[in-house]
Design a binder for this molecule. Structure first.
Ligand code: ADP
Length: 615
């Protein structure tokens, strides 16, 4: 590693020197240009004869000898104007004779401070040249080793990470155990004649532990770990990335067995068809990578692991047998996986007795490993802030909110009217969720603004993780999403902008129900939309005619209208509960699920004593 760093530093130094050199040359050129022009005077160049004639005949104020530039100049009065004549000194005595004869004032310029600057610059220039030539000889290469693998290759002899540090990725780990085995003893496979795999592609959303898994493979196999990002290869000059790929593989083979990890491989591995925009440098780099992968001898034990969250843009040639032919999915962890990740990261933190990771895992559906690691850390920081030396469940729940919604923004003071609007809006969501059968119970409602922009929110925790949703459940969800706006419409004269995000989510959900889940009578089971990048933004593209798209819009609108109508009806039937809970929320700013249910049950009990005890 040190060796490598030295080389990188050297290359960096050489580049810096090159820049200084060019700058110095530019300054020198500018300096001599100005100084020469200064001494040359305004009248331009003349012959020495003419100069002598001028000082002999004209009204000369002063003659100046400039030894440094070997020039002589005369300041002459012509028709009331001052003109400077200048020329090279050919015969100093001839000029002096005339000067003395006519009693003209004369002087000489010694090497002035500005001249010293130029001499110093010349010296620096010469020094740099010498240093540069010397470093070239000692192996730096032309232009400071451009084209060498000076990408930020980061080599670790021992990563110190093991499979025990990775949680919730059991399937991915199973596929990688085999690779560890192979790196331990590449010879055994070669003996039988088994063709060894050359590489694997780790695919999954950001933060799920792809880098961590690659490090764990190297750590378990106790081999060096070369790590660099795809973007490190892509440079301004065509061909440099390709030469970097070649030198990287050369070095890796020297250190075999080892793992070469290329993060974000989509930066170079993008499909070479023009759909994603062509780029000569990237294509050359990719070609070099493909050629190197074919070229190296896998029996030595070099294994390439690459990671991406955009597998759909990768060039098919990269995933051909004999290259990155194994695809290992590193997906978001399920509830069991999240508990496991929390345990791994909670190991080194002092946890209180009331800590229940299962509850946290249920509240963090959709969170990835890095989010969970972050939550544990936030909880530990909170505990310190509260002067405790252990973390409680309340700290963990608070940190979940910090990671999901941002920190509380206590300094933002909402006026009374806004506070009322936000409270009614949030209670509308919560009440609709609680009143509809099958909806998730409410965990907490708050109207404390958060740094990530929300003015209030309802936190729902499902009792169990769900993988499938029924049509009825999705319809319930639509009603819950639109209940915030419905509540505003019922209790205020005018509605607010607070429902923008709900409307966006509800529209997206209704659209998916129509175009992807086949849940509308009008359009039936036609697949009208496909998801493009599954692991990043999950953007969708419509693949139907314009007429069908217009029908989809119509159906979506009807679904949303229907859900909104239902939400309004539901809330207006429960006005008393709405008002009571909202008043409580305005006063307390935060209300827990239990308090919420208590108020609701009291009202329901009064209305109908035989009512279901839960509601
Ligand atoms: P990726 O490469 O998939 O974007 P990283 O491997 O860089 O994600 O994960 C970032 C950090 O998140 C890790 O260093 C680790 O602390 C934590 N992390 C992510 N996934 C897991 C996991 N499955 N188990 C334990 N920690 C994880």
């Amino acid at each position: 590693m040190d060796n490598k760093n030295d080389k990188n530093n050297k290359n960096k130094n050489n580049k810096n020197i090159l820049i200084i050199l060019l700058f110095g040359m530019a300054v020198l050129a500018a300096f001599s240009f100005f100084s020469r022009n200064l001494f040359a005077g305004r009248a331009g160049s003349i012959t020495y004869n003419e100069f002598l004639e001028i000082i002999k005949t004209k009204e000369v104020e002063e003659v100046v000898f400039n030894e440094m530039y070997n020039r002589i100049s005369a300041e002459v009065k012509e028709e009331g104007r001052e003109v400077i004549y200048s020329t090279a000194i050919v015969d100093k005595d001839a000029a002096l004779d005339i000067i003395k004869d006519r009693n003209i004032k004369y002087s000489g310029t010694v090497v002035s401070s500005s001249s010293w600057i130029s001499i110093a610059l010349y010296a620096i220039f010469a020094g740099v040249m010498l240093y540069w030539m010397f470093s070239m000889r000692s192996g730096g290469g032309l232009l400071g080793g451009l084209g060498k693998s000076n990408a930020k290759v980061y080599v670790q002899k021992e990563t110190g990470v093991s499979f025990a540090d990775v949680a919730g990725q059991d399937e991915a780990m199973e596929s990688l155990v085999e690779i560890v085995e192979f790196l331990h003893n590449p010879g055994r496979y070669a003996e039988i004649g088994a063709k060894l795999p050359k590489g694997a592609l780790l695919v999954g959303p950001p933060g799920t532990g792809k880098t961590l898994l690659a490090k764990a493979v190297a750590g378990e196999a106790k081999v060096p770990f070369f790590s660099l990002a795809g973007s490190d290869f892509v440079e301004m000059f065509v061909g440099m990335g390709a030469s970097r790929v070649r030198s990287l593989f050369k070095e890796a083979q020297q250190m075999a067995p080892c793992i070469v990890f290329i993060d974000e491989i989509d930066a170079i591995g993008k499909s070479r068809d023009s759909r994603y925009g062509g780029n000569d440098e990237r294509e050359q780099t990719l070609n070099a990578l493909l050629a190197e992968m074919d070229g190296f001898d896998s029996s030595k034990g070099v294994f390439i692991l690459a990671a991406t969250n955009r597998p759909e843009v990768l060039d098919p040639a990269l995933q051909r047998p004999g290259r990155l032919d194994r695809r290992i999915i590193v997906d978001k962890p399920d509830v069991k996986g999240r508990v496991a990740v929390l345990k791994v990261h909670g190991k080194n933190v002092n946890m209180g007795e009331d800590v229940d990771f299962q509850e946290i895992a249920l509240a963090t559906s959709g969170a990835v490993g890095s989010d969970l690691a972050n939550m544990i850390n936030e909880a530990a920081i909170l505990a310190v802030k509260k002067n405790r030396n252990y973390v409680t469940q309340a700290d963990l729940l608070e940190s979940v909110e910090v990671v999901i919604a941002g920190k509380e923004k206590k300094d933002r003071v909402m006026n009374e009217k806004e506070k009322r609007t936000v409270a009614y809006h949030e209670v509308g969501h919560a009440l609709a969720a609680a009143l509809q059968k099958g909806s998730e119970p409410v965990q907490k409602i708050t109207i404390v603004p958060r740094t990530m922009g929300s003015l209030g929110y309802v936190m729902q925790t499902p009792e169990e993780e769900r993988y499938l949703m029924t049509q009825a459940e999705l319809e319930t969800e639509l009603v819950t999403l639109l209940a915030g706006r419905a509540s505003e419409a019922l209790f205020f004269e005018s509605v607010s902008t607070g429902a923008a995000n709900d409307i966006e989510k509800a529209t997206q959900l209704a659209r998916s129900m129509v175009t992807r889940f086949g849940m509308s009578k009008e359009l039936g089971l036609m697949g009208l939309e496909t998801v493009t990048d599954e692991y990043l933004t999950a953007r969708t593209v419509m693949n139907c005619s314009d007429q069908t798209a217009a029908r989809v819009d119509q159906v979506v609108k009807e679904m949303l209208d229907q859900a909104y109508g239902k939400a309004k009806a539901l809330l207006s039937e429960n006005r008393e509960a709405m008002e009571k809970i909202a008043a409580f929320l305005i006063e307390k700013e935060t209300i827990t699920g239990k308090e919420f249910m208590k108020i609701l049950q009291e009202i329901k009990g009064e209305e109908d004593p035989s009512c279901h005890p839960e509601l």
